[in-house]
Write a protein that binds this ligand. Structure first.
Ligand SMILES: [Fe+2]
Length: 216
């Protein structure tokens, strides 16, 4: 069980491995400054509250932090959410050169086809969700099991602002797509649409499927 003092999860590929979709400088800054910065901030905040140092990221995000002043509790949730989301983001991408972009035998692909008809229809929904985010936020692929969330069960695409995380009592996030400008601005500038088109070509369905299959 991962708790304070949090350390960064190693990046599963080199900084430049996602080129030409995401340039190496963006990944280096994104991982080394933004993601690692949220880890450091979270550790500093928690160091003043030993009562919560045994909490996991999920508990820090979801549980009452009643004995912490509300502003500090909000900072803890913001940074814990940032760590949680970025770890799903980096883990859910694969180098363009890797084989097996879409493994038709994996459980996730089967589920996507069952719920969304085609992979392209599924990716289009993610892209539209990303385009509809105002300011900074995330598009999440979550698994609800048999629980109905927003009228649906199974796979669900949801959006959140800033570093807000979907309700973890009702779903398990499988993947998070970063729609903060720091994730694409060096290469794509204001062209979020192009960023989304391109990054959706390097989603690692196999690793996301493994996470989903681990829930069964
Ligand atoms: Fe980010």
């Amino acid at each position: 069980m991962r708790t304070y003092k949090f350390v960064p999860v190693p990046l599963p590929y080199s900084f430049d491995a996602l080129e030409p979709v995401i340039d190496g400088e963006t990944v280096r800054i994104h991982y080394g400054q933004h993601y690692t910065g949220y880890i450091n901030n979270l550790n500093v905040l928690l160091s003043g509250y030993p009562k919560y140092c045994g909490y996991t990221l999920e508990q820090l995000i979801s549980s009452p932090l009643g004995s912490i002043p509300s502003d500090t509790a909000a900072d803890i949730r913001f940074n814990a959410g940032g760590v949680y989301a970025h770890e799903l983001y980096f883990a859910g991408l694969r180098p363009p050169s890797a084989t097996g972009y879409i493994n038709s035998d994996c459980a996730l692909i089967h589920e996507i086809k069952r719920q969304y008809s085609t992979i392209n229809d599924f990716l289009y929904e993610i892209k539209q969700a990303g385009m509809n985010i105002k300011g900074s936020g995330w598009v999440w692929l979550v698994w609800t099991g048999h629980s109905r969330v927003n009228g649906r069960s199974g796979l669900l695409i949801v959006s959140t602002s800033n570093h807000d995380v979907p309700n973890l009592s009702k779903c398990v996030p499988l993947f998070a797509l970063d729609v903060w400008e720091h994730s694409y601005y060096l290469k794509y500038r204001w062209e979020r649409k192009v960023y989304l088109d391109n990054i959706l070509s390097i989603i690692d369905f196999d690793s996301i499927s493994s996470r989903m299959e681990g829930l069964f």
